[in-house]
Design a protein around this ligand. Structure first.
Ligand code: S3P
Length: 441
């Protein structure tokens, strides 16, 4: 991957049209992993073909699954069955993708094989102790570089032990890692969370025939996987990604006269915090044709340019919009008044330290903001910020897209560095946005 190529976004007029947002990243990863563990052939419709998901596809193929994409864009995964993965001959490269690395470590933790794993410069900085620790309790051996970083080695347990594990942080990746290790573990493995994170793993495991029980107790939400089921191949329909959809949504809200329709957006209640928040800020967003597709709630979104006002976003909402704070901060820069965002500690360990990357980007565009250890306050005055900044993205796709959206409606163009990072989650972003009237080049 070449680095340092920049993109600039110039103030454009209104955005209009219908826009097919690519498939959900979280669901795409899981469809490949669970398909590889199922017996039979899983077909995946609408899969995100971004670099992160392609890293998962390559890894699952190296572990023995047969994976191919047909001419109609449907992905076919011939699974090995639980416990049936084989030792890869080479190091698995998870690229930029924390979800690939952490979920796969769970699967490997209860397979009696030895695997080496690495990633790009950003992923090699991210903490892996949060998954290595519970996997060690289950009997896996995980040896990481200092600071519990990648590259690392997983030697899966030959006789894994089920655990009951209380999550020390709100993380669907850690929850999923443990549940996936529990798949090839006799008995029942339970994860307890005090904040409800995205539940795509639970929903899709059930879709493939596993028994997943969820109960609410005094300790929190307890999710239990009954070990060693036979997963049966199933078709997966991937909805459009609500996290990716947030970028055109905010672009339409802040460009006067805009009207966009985004069909088939995933509206899982543990992912839709950004839409609730934007509506509280005064956004004109309508949900049409609400329906359920392959177990996931989906709707068509209609977004019209709106006058936004600053609000306080409660910390409890963070798990349902954890990836959306960068673009929310851009919306807040156009709103009238202060937007206060709490509970952002996890943003420090994403593809970049997103809290400081956002704050620095806003300041470079003339926006007043305050960065705290786990909060961000953005002050808008109800008109377009100055813009004109050059943004260091730290190779973080969501920082890149957020500031390109800023440039579409700021007074002066905004330039983002390392814009190729966008391909990890939203290939074709610039072309699609330009098709609606944006000026990204
Ligand atoms: C994801 C969970 C979240 C999110 C990431 C995708 C998943 O990470 O930020 O983009 O697919 O489970 P954390 O579990 O670290 O919060």
């Amino acid at each position: 991957m070449t680095r340092h190529s920049s993109l600039s976004s110039t103030p454009c007029g209104s955005l209009k049209g219908t826009f097919k947002v690519p498939g959900d990243k979280s669901i795409s990863h899981r469809s490949l992993m669970f398909g590889a563990l199922a017996v039979g052939e899983t077909r995946v419709f609408g899969m995100l073909e971004g670099e992160d998901v392609l890293a998962t596809a390559k890894a699952m193929a190296a572990l023995g699954a047969k994976i191919h994409r047909d001419d109609d864009g449907v992905w076919h995964v011939e699974g090995r069955g639980i416990g049936g993965l084989c030792e890869p001959e080479d190091v698995l490269d998870m690229g930029n993708s924390g979800t690939s690395a952490r979920l796969l470590m769970g699967i490997l933790g209860s397979h009696p094989i030895t695997t080496f794993m690495t990633g790009d410069a950003s992923l090699r900085k991210r903490p892996m102790g949060r998954v290595a620790d519970p996997l060690a309790e289950m009997g896996a051996q995980v040896s990481c570089r200092s600071g519990q970083r990648l590259p690392l080695m997983v030697r899966g347990a030959a006789t894994p032990m089920p655990i009951r594990y209380k999550l020390p942080m709100a993380s669907a990746q850690v929850k999923s890692c443990i549940l996936l290790a529990g798949l090839n573990t006799p008995g029942e493995t339970t994860v307890i969370e005090t904040e409800h994170t995205r539940d795509h793993t639970e929903l899709m495991l059930r879709h493939f025939g596993a028994e997943v029980r969820v109960v609410q107790t005094k300790e929190g939400r307890e999710t239990t996987i009954v070990g060693q089921p036979e997963l049966v191949a199933a078709d997966v329909l991937v909805p459009s990604d609500p996290s990716s959809a947030a970028f055109p949504t905010v672009a339409a809200l802040i460009n006067p006269g805009s009207e966009l329709r985004l069909p088939g957006i995933g509206m899982n209640p543990h992912r839709n915090g950004i839409y609730i928040t934007l509506k509280e800020m005064g956004a004109d967003i309508t949900l049409e044709n609400e329906r359920t597709e392959a177990g996931e709630p989906v709707a068509d979104l209609v977004i019209r340019a709106s006058k936004l006002k600053g609000i306080s976003v409660p910390a409890e909402r963070a798990p349902s919009m954890i990836d959306e704070y960068p673009i929310l901060a851009v919306a807040a820069a156009f709103a009238e008044g202060k937007t206060v965002m709490h509970g952002l500690g996890e943003l420090r360990v994403k593809e970049s330290d997103r809290l400081s990357a956002v704050a620095n980007g806003l300041k470079a565009c003339g926006v007043t903001c305050e960065e705290g250890e786990d909060f961000l306050i953005v002050e808008g005055n109800g008109s377009a910020p100055l813009g004109g900044g050059t943004i260091t993205t730290h190779f973080d796709h969501r920082i890149a897209m957020s500031f390109l959206v800023m440039g579409m409606a700021a007074q002066q163009k905004v330039t983002v560095l390392d814009a190729e990072a966008i391909d990890t989650s939203f290939p074709g972003f610039a072309t699609l946005m330009n098709g609606l009237g944006a000026g990204i080049s």
